[in-house]
Design a protein around this ligand. Sequence first.
Ligand SMILES: NC(=O)c1ccc[n+]([C@@H]2O[C@H](COP(=O)([O-])OP(=O)(O)OC[C@H]3O[C@@H](n4cnc5c(N)ncnc54)[C@H](OP(=O)(O)O)[C@@H]3O)[C@@H](O)[C@H]2O)c1
Length: 330
Amino acid sequence: MRAMQIVRESGPDSALELVEVPEPEPSNMLTAGEGVVIDVHAAGVSFPEVLQSRGQYQLRPALPFVPGSEVAGVVRSAPAGARVKPGERVAGFCGLGGFAETAVAPEFFAFPLGDELDFAQGAGLILNYHTAYFALALRGRLGKGETVLVHGAAGGVGTAALQVARGLGGQTIALVSDEGKARVAERAGAGQVVMLGEGWKDEVKTRSQGGVDVVFDPVGGDRFTDSLRALREDGRVIVVGFTGGSIPEVRVNRLLLNNTSVVGAGWGAYVMSKPELNREVGAAIERMVDAGTVRPIVGERFPLERAGEALRVIDERRATGKVVLDVRAA
Ligand SMILES: NC(=O)c1ccc[n+]([C@@H]2O[C@H](COP(=O)([O-])OP(=O)(O)OC[C@H]3O[C@@H](n4cnc5c(N)ncnc54)[C@H](OP(=O)(O)O)[C@@H]3O)[C@@H](O)[C@H]2O)c1
């Protein structure tokens, strides 16, 4: 089969090569010997692959390896008792191996793909949406009617958070750095959009009548203190990532004075060993797809062999929505 391999850890421009490799065994690193084999139509591209192209991600397989954590395609085979069946359209989380014509996902990470969604949208359905649900519902305990500020709101995780927050009955305020990204956040269903710049925190406080209940933060960096200041009493900042480049530090007296919390949300480490939880989150997302709230926003698309360019889009802060590789012709 055709696949893109990381052959050296030299960054998006030169790390990847198109190769012919044998098809994988029906086995995944998370469930040896019993995975769902998927004929891949589209593969999702995310921050971890950018880091892997430089050898900077925590998961660092021996070279060469096929990256790609999630795919959408058609089931070729599934273990006995699996919820998905051969011939069915699915979204699958495989961890590695997604930038290829065939990939393998654990049974508990393969979800039926509704007719409402195409393969490109399916390739953006697990990492971002499960993270958003995990962060907002399970870690942040978002309640109906609460207001959520979403940083990086035009990005992959950001657009997912806007939709999942709405699906949970929340109101959303999107924070973005330019007009183009404002349009993307609106397309994702943002209730209100605020531009990043001097005074964004005051604008958010005004728009939320005094402060938000939850800040969803995949960016971190130097805006963190203002995120804390944008909270109302009992508010929570949910830490999701650090695309801003630096890891903020918290002066905990602020939390005491204002009765607020900082909550960590690391999806992968938490869910990998909990099959039942993944099924529950998958079912919740499926209900939001059925209700029309979840519609993954697909940004730039590239053919498989141009995966390096896809990584560069993310690396250069140009990504909107989910960046996708088209692996097979539609
Ligand atoms: N905790 C978890 O379990 C989990 C799961 C999945 C992903 N993540 C993490 O979440 C983060 C976001 O992932 P994503 O796929 O949404 O990325 P993305 O699509 O590239 O979006 C990231 C957003 O961050 C903002 N940003 C601010 N400073 C930036 C910079 N220097 N470079 C790039 N972007 C910058 C940008 O928004 P503006 O330009 O509008 O500011 C951008 O839209 C990553 O760190 C990823 O590793 C965490």
